[in-house]
Design a protein around this ligand. Sequence first.
Ligand SMILES: [Mg+2]
Ligand SMILES: [Zn+2]
Length: 272
Amino acid sequence: MAGIVAVFDFDKTIIDLDSDNWVVDELGFTDLFNQLLPTMPWNTLMDTMMKELHSNGKTIDDIVKVLERVPIHPRIVPAIKAAHALGCELRIVSDANLFFIETIVKHLGLTDYFSEINTNPSYVDEEGRLKIFPCHDFHSSPHGCNLCPPNMCKGMVMERIQASVASEGKKKFIYLGDGSGDFCPSLKLREGDHVMPRKDYPVWDLICKNRPHIKAEIHEWSDGEDLERVLLQLIHTISMEEANKLFAEECKFETIPMAAHESLPKAVSVPH
Ligand SMILES: [Mg+2]
Ligand SMILES: [Zn+2]
């Protein structure tokens, strides 16, 4: 039961849009964002946008209020709670930032359901401005993956997670995502793992075009209702397989002592 690790992307997987765009658009900074977009990496741009918001009088409270009304499909929260109740360990791997994700996850009442959030670090400084940093420092130690943006290789994060749970016995992974950044971690999945790409989104296209490179089983989904159905079905199927395997092993185990017993010398033959 507890042998499953479900790894969720955040934007357009848990919530129904991109949290970065949502904050910028809702606070009325779309034009500036579009103007600066061609000039710097996304992660640097978001940090710059936070500086702009702050110098234009937008407070952390304004950002929190916007984050708290982010659109989410009504079946996502029940799906996450059900997966957790079925014994899955849940993690988030996202190219948004920690402040946005923690604020939304807390607002949804899901803080205790995730064991780990892997994302770009961020914090509110003493002046009340949100600072956003890259997950991997691309100046001092570039990750060297040409599939991923310079600030974050989700595949590297995935490998770290795989290594961190390796000592806990055989775990099966379910990876859920929508974006092109979710392709790299999908490639890291092994046989017996499962990938849930959002249908008609970039990761789905990439997976469809590169099927021979994907070792995991592929299960597409299109909206929150679909995500819930596919995810829970998958967890049930995996749990059933695990239970059957355990049962088969127990049966095998029971026959060993019987056979061993028969070959033991008879106790009565031991001389006094
Ligand atoms: Mg996404
Ligand atoms: Zn990568």
